[in-house]
Ligand binder design. Structure first.
Ligand SMILES: Cc1cc2nc3c(=O)[nH]c(=O)nc-3n(C[C@H](O)[C@H](O)[C@H](O)COP(=O)(O)O)c2cc1C
Ligand code: SF4
Length: 459
């Protein structure tokens, strides 16, 4: 492992030199043509190979409907010209919300989502031409261990006990795990949310199973008893049953996606995709089998992720330069973290065949992210380059890459973790650096409030 290093590369050649010195498998292409490729997703065609990854702002209305800030975010994303908009986490049940302002579509507010989709599709067409219509997929979630109460206090619903993670969310040894009956009942909740999403005009839904939320942690629930724990068949049962049920309910002309953790970087028997004797070694057996099973059940769009953004190794999910509070400096170079994410995508895409996979881990590469995306798409390692923090900082990046062939260095995400910090401080988030007018003051306000809370807790 090489030392963590702040990004300072001024040219593609400089970055290429560091990649060579480190010996990491990260390719950069000078030719960005691959980003223009239309991609078949289910029965639809995304107009190019750039995707906006799900990026939640924790800023919906209390009833889960889009607020002004949500509308602003998606108009910016859509106007940025990406071929696929993967909309952020939307809770399927109120007790599964990660924060009191998490998106949550219901019968009562579905029309507000429908109206927003009309506006975002119009914004995309206005920016990229009348024929440009992005594919819109909504992420459906249950936050499990990271669920919160309406007062923003932890209200964890855990599928298994975990001696490392339990104390961090106040779970005691004697607290119960969620029952099989509760989990059985979630199938119809996902189906109901998927049908609402279809009614609103989305093109598909994602059955989210990443970042150690409920379905992600279930995949790792080796110590759970009963039909949802222990064997791989049991641990993957709920995810696969939900995919089957949603596919049956929505029909063949709707996308059923899954964004899932291929690697938790968490020790056995509490992690998924980590080798039994070393949590940092990837064991591909179960993740790759899961890909085959999800596709058999009807999934037709995938995105891999990894790690647990709430724990001390967020670099597994999002390589960064500066960390949020309580996060140690990683003992690996960001390019090594990126290599890991790219290697997962490549393996998943190989098994997925014609089913497109959205790759991630690009934002740290700044103005060179398109070069990495084009190289991966060209090599068949993924169908889409997915942009997370980059989309907060620089929503027009896809348009600039597609029309100018370059990105503006003054607009790129600098991987400072301030948007994550706002989330941890219970605030409404966005880019503190590049969208500073709105998020600069919010960042300061939430930091001060969080410090105040910490002080009173220690009194
Ligand atoms: C503020 C913030 C919000 C996020 N929200 C979501 C989300 O709703 N769903 C999800 O799957 N990932 C979410 N992510 C993870 C991103 O989609 C992405 O995987 C990660 O940031 C790595 O990509 P990047 O390097 O391009 O940022 C979020 C990340 C951040 C920093
Ligand atoms: S606050 Fe802005 S610059 Fe910093 S990591 Fe988030 S998106 Fe990137």
């Amino acid at each position: 492992m090489a030392a963590h290093e702040k990004f300072s590369f001024k040219s593609l050649a400089e970055l290429q030199e560091r990649i060579a010195t480190l010996g990491v498998d990260v390719s950069l292409s000078c030719d960005l043509a691959a980003l223009h490729r239309p991609v078949k997703v289910g029965q639809l065609i995304a107009p190019n190979s750039i995707a906006v990854l799900p990026m939640e702002g924790c800023d919906s209305e209390p009833d889960g409907s889009p607020s002004e800030l949500v509308e602003r975010r998606y108009l910016r994303f859509a106007g940025g010209g990406a071929g696929l908009l993967w909309w952020e986490a939307n809770a399927v049940v109120p007790e599964g919300r990660a924060n009191p302002l998490q998106m949550m579509m219901t019968e009562a507010n579905v029309d507000r989502f429908a109206a927003l989709l009309v506006k975002t599709n119009a914004a995309a067409a206005a920016a990229m031409g009348a024929d440009h219509r992005p594919v819109n997929v909504l992420q459906l979630t249950h936050s499990g261990r990271y669920s919160s109460s309406p007062a923003h206090t932890a209200a964890p619903l855990i599928p298994q006990h975990d001696p490392i993670l339990d104390p961090r969310v106040g779970v005691k040894r004697e607290d119960p795990v969620v029952s099989d009956e509760y989990l059985d009942g979630l199938v119809e909740k996902y189906v109901a949310s998927a049908l609402l999403a279809k009614k609103a005009g989305f093109d598909g839904v994602d059955i989210k199973a990443c970042h150690r939320y409920l379905l992600s942690e279930l995949l790792a629930s080796h110590t759970r008893e009963g039909k949802y724990g222990g064997s791989f068949e049991n641990r993957s049962r709920l995810l696969l049953d939900i995919i089957s049920a949603v596919r049956a309910a929505v029909g063949e002309d709707f996308i059923v996606a899954c964004r899932f953790n291929v690697f938790d970087a968490h020790p056995y028997p509490y992690g998924f995709g980590s080798a039994k004797d070393d949590m940092w070694t990837f064991d591909e057996t179960e993740p790759l089998r899961l890909v085959e099973l999800m596709i058999e059940r009807g999934a037709n769009l995938l995105s891999n992720s990894g790690g647990n953004p709430y724990y001390i190794y967020p670099q597994v999910t999002r390589p960064f330069d500066l960390s949020s509070t309580g996060i140690p400096v990683p003992d690996e170079h960001q390019l090594e973290s990126i290599e890991r994410l790219f290697s997962f995508t490549k393996k998943i895409q190989k098994v997925a065949g014609d089913v497109p996979v959205v790759g991630n881990g690009y934002s740290w590469l700044r103005q060179f992210q398109g070069h990495a995306g084009a190289a991966n798409i060209e090599a068949g390692n993924c169908a889409f380059m997915g942009l997370g923090r980059s989309s907060f900082a620089y929503p027009d990046a896809p348009k600039d890459l597609l029309t100018k062939g370059e990105m503006d260095t003054k607009k790129v995400c600098i991987a400072c973790s301030k948007c994550t910090q706002i989330m941890r401080d219970h605030g409404r988030t966005g880019c503190v650096v590049r969208d500073a007018k709105i998020y600069g003051p919010l960042y300061k306000e939430y930091r001060a409030a969080a410090e105040e809370r910490a002080l009173s807790a220690n009194k």
